[in-house]
Design a protein around this ligand. Structure first.
Ligand code: SF4
Length: 321
């Protein structure tokens, strides 16, 4: 922070998953006095605009209502067909990406590249070549949205994301500040990870101070707000997800059979879920938060005067390595 002038940018783009770390990063920007009219949230819809397959049904609406409550714009982007369509690629090119801009819906891509076949889930790996969900459904979608909007030409843009060193040895190696991949001679874009050195306790502290109600999954006992069926999920997370969404679990199991390849190396998704314990909070809050988490409407508040640490805080946090 001695090197960069945080107030020297025209645009501040927070890559906002709806999880606690991107929430903390956004709140930190507000604490630093970055004007809200320069901040925008970008959320990549993992399942595209269709039916939910891997992600929480409620995430899109939670993010929308979070942004509205803070008075900042949110722009959604996605790959056509999302996770399921990309997974089912069979001798064809990847689909185009769509992104909402201040002027409306735009799209790009889907024409170049090789015809190729996946017919398997992403691999549980730090290598984005095989863990294709992160690359194809998030990183590339964001890059394409940035590269195809002329409003960033001749401007200084800061992309903010919430990775923390404490999360994994892989993330510990990330730089807290670097040029963004979208930066060119005519479009200056930097990437800042403002909470890279924060502990989880720092994250909950800023969320408590701002009295923010976090994504419903945390109140169900999940320690990490990833896809509901994240490939990194452990036994307990998968057991809880199976309890909440048995039809989706069966659909994933059917794809594992069809592909002849499971998501996890040791056992199929049903075996993993059977080994786990549904979180107590998932049972306890099923009729309220649980049903909301698997609905497309977020009916809860964004702020509360009666802030409570969610059941998932300091819990299991099985995530990218
Ligand atoms: S949350 Fe998990 S499954 Fe979803 S895109 Fe990220 S790594 Fe893939």
């Amino acid at each position: 922070m001695e090197i960069i002038d945080i107030h020297s940018y025209d645009h501040y783009i927070v890559t906002f998953s709806g999880g606690k770390d991107s929430t903390a990063s956004f709140l930190h920007l507000l604490d630093l006095g970055v004007p809200r009219n320069k901040i925008e949230l970008w959320h990549h819809l993992v399942d595209g605009k269709g039916e939910s397959f891997m992600d929480w049904e409620v995430t899109e609406d939670y993010c929308r209502k979070f942004a509205a409550a803070f008075g900042v714009p949110i722009y959604f982007s996605w790959k056509e067909g999302g996770f399921e369509t990309e997974m089912l690629r069979d001798g064809v090119k990847t689909k185009p990406n769509f992104f909402v801009t201040p002027e409306g819906l735009e799209h790009a891509g889907g024409k170049a590249g090789k015809d190729s076949t996946r017919l398997k889930f992403p691999q549980v790996s730090g290598d984005l070549n095989v863990r294709w969900c992160s690359a194809y459904l998030k990183i590339d979608v964001g890059l394409m949205a940035m590269r195809n909007q002329s409003r960033f030409i001749g401007k200084r843009t800061l992309v903010i994301s919430g990775e923390r060193a404490q999360e994994s040895p892989g993330r510990a190696k990330y730089l807290s500040f670097e040029p963004d991949k979208a930066s060119t001679a005519s479009r200056h874009v930097d990437h800042w990870r403002p909470i890279h050195q924060w502990l989880e306790s720092d994250v909950w502290a800023i969320i408590e101070r701002w009295k923010v109600v976090v994504h419903p999954c945390y109140y169900l006992g999940y320690g990490r707000c990833s896809c509901k069926w994240c490939i990194f999920g452990n036994e307990n997370q998968l057991a809880a997800s199976y309890f909440l969404s048995p039809k989706q679990g069966d659909k994933i199991a059917a794809y594992e059979k069809q592909f002849g390849k499971t998501i996890k190396r040791k056992g199929d998704i049903k075996e993993w879920a059977m080994k786990g314990q549904v979180y107590e909070a998932t049972f306890a809050n099923y009729g309220t938060v649980g049903l909301m988490a698997v609905s497309e409407t977020y009916d809860g508040p964004i702020f509360t005067d009666h802030w409570l640490l969610p059941a998932g805080a300091y819990g299991e946090s099985a995530g990218p390595i």
